[in-house]
Design a protein around this ligand. Structure first.
Ligand SMILES: *Cc1c(COP(=O)(O)O)cnc(C)c1O
Length: 477
């Protein structure tokens, strides 16, 4: 049996001698800690090899229920979690949920795109949307989720929150700077609680507007603002599951397996790292980066210094400051919130994160950095196509071959990036049937200037009142 003792959470920046601890529900709703830190469990739950062996052969949703229970217990408020988890994955377009394909001897591809928006973000967000709805409905209240997207996260968050009574969601995207498929995945959702807003600016402007809304305490409280971006701990939990699924399928706990993870905000690879700390026998964790290679440079040189963000064929990895790295930094700093807070302050002030020789060596012992530029991405897509007849999207192309079984994560289908795939292979991938008519669906377009007052006015005018009439007999639990 997997232990279900309730875990407590603390902030990576809590500098108090005895850091405050919160339960999973509070951490879910809060997203970011008030001190600017990210939430982590106070201890990592470790499963014995026997416990891991006992998970082999479970259907994906049952495995997810076991893993989520380790972090959240078996209930959300008064409601049992297992049915919510089953529902989260029932709509995925593959019975295995996270299917593995053998590309070459010992080299596997885990296809993480059978979810409703074809993004691996669906694995966590489909669950997180349901957790929000269940908890808030029991509490008789509502949240206003605001977020910025450069493409994929927005549609996955919208799909997870659409038609939910306890949630209004506002997603800002840079006008003219997301692909047509990505824009339409947001603007063709007709649910009344969904608001996709094109901002006359770039992605950084959108992020700054979101930060400014959170920084306005009166606005934040009046609308009960919340976030579902990858700093939310529940998203990490939702991603740990597929590492277990893949490793178990390839022989864990008796055989080790390695993973190659295309990395942007460090959320996905941090979930892999957690799975390893939980006892899953993961040999190597490869951090795939594109030309925005701050993480690969850090592993190679010990210096983490911010550069400018440059556009690439894999836009979801065009990130310099990986927000989830702070969770790993907490570990590097020996679990000292004060040291993390000081390091983050210096990083912000100087552009360089203070990391000692010993901390760098520890990081090197846990992760391998692998940088693939645009030319390498094209080459890798073409070589895989020739060798196995599989089309890879440009994000999945960041990977490496190994002797221990290597699972390369395919986080997006090739059809989301048809131009790059066609240029590399001559094949133009088609969208799956449920999205085939996306390009002819009716869009609702809202454009706002890059102006915080205009955006706040719009959000205020379109968010519903916070109190939700309790629907369940017995009222708010
Ligand atoms: C979000 C995303 C990434 C980056 O994942 P992180 O968890 O931010 O590291 C990589 N590839 C694709 C296709 C994505 O959508």
């Amino acid at each position: 049996m997997v232990s279900v003792a309730p875990l407590q959470y603390l902030s990576t920046r809590d500098a108090a001698p005895t850091p405050a601890r919160l339960g999973f529900d509070e951490v879910l709703l809060a997203g970011l800690a008030p001190d600017g830190g990210l939430y982590l469990p106070e201890r990592v739950p470790v499963l014995s090899p026997e416990e891991i062996a006992g998970l082999a052969g479970l259907p994906y949703a049952a495995l997810a229920a076991r893993i989520v229970a380790v972090f959240a217990g078996t209930r959300i408020g008064a409601l049992p979690l297992a049915p919510l988890i089953a529902e989260s994955y029932a709509g995925f377009g593959h019975a295995a949920v996270a299917p593995l394909k053998e590309l070459d001897s010992g080299l596997w591809l885990m296809e993480l795109f059978p979810g409703p928006t074809l993004a691996f973000k669906d694995y966590a967000l489909q669950l997180v949307g349901r957790l929000f709805e269940a908890l808030l409905t029991q509490r008789g209240t509502r949240v206003t989720i605001v977020g910025a997207t450069s493409g994929d996260t927005g549609s996955a968050a919208i799909e997870a929150c659409r038609d939910r009574d306890a949630v209004d969601i506002f997603i800002l995207y840079p006008q003219g700077r997301v692909s047509e498929v990505q824009r339409r995945q947001m603007t063709t959702v007709s649910a009344a609680n969904v608001h996709a807003i094109a901002i006359e600016g770039n992605f950084d402007d959108c992020q700054d507007l979101v930060k400014a809304m959170f920084a306005d305490a009166a606005f934040r409280d009046r609308l009960n603002l919340s976030a579902v971006n990858s700093i939310n701990w529940a998203r990490i939990v939702g991603q740990i599951v597929y590492y277990f699924a893949a490793a178990l399928a390839l022989g864990a706990p008796h055989r080790p397996v390695s993973f190659s993870v295309p990395t942007g905000n460090f959320g996905n690879v941090f979930a892999a790292h957690m799975a390893r700390r939980m006892g899953l026998p993961i040999a190597e964790l490869v951090i795939g980066t594109n030309r925005n290679d701050i993480l690969a440079r850090f592993l190679a040189s010990g210096r983490m210094t911010i550069g400018g963000v440059e556009p690439s064929l894999s836009p979801s990895m065009d990130i310099q400051v990986s927000s989830n790295f702070e969770r790993f930094l907490f570990e590097l700093k020996g679990g000292s919130g004060a040291a993390v807070a000081a390091a983050m302050q210096e990083f912000r002030a100087t552009g360089t994160l203070p990391v000692s020789e010993a901390e760098w060596c520890l990081a090197q012992s846990l992760f391998t950095g692998h940088r693939v530029d645009d030319a390498g991405t094209r080459e890798s897509i073409a070589a895989t196509w020739r060798a196995s007849g599989e089309l890879l999207d440009p994000h999945s192309a960041a990977r490496r071959d190994q002797t221990i079984p290597m699972v390369a994560l395919a986080c997006a289908p090739p059809a989301k990036f048809p131009d790059a795939v066609e240029a590399a292979t001559g094949m133009r991938p088609a969208l799956p049937p449920h999205l085939a008519d996306l390009l002819t669906r009716r869009e609702r377009i809202t454009v706002l200037p890059n102006d915080i007052a205009a955006v706040q006015r719009y959000v205020s005018n379109h968010a519903r009142p916070l109190a939700v009439p309790a629907r369940r007999a017995g009222g708010a639990a």
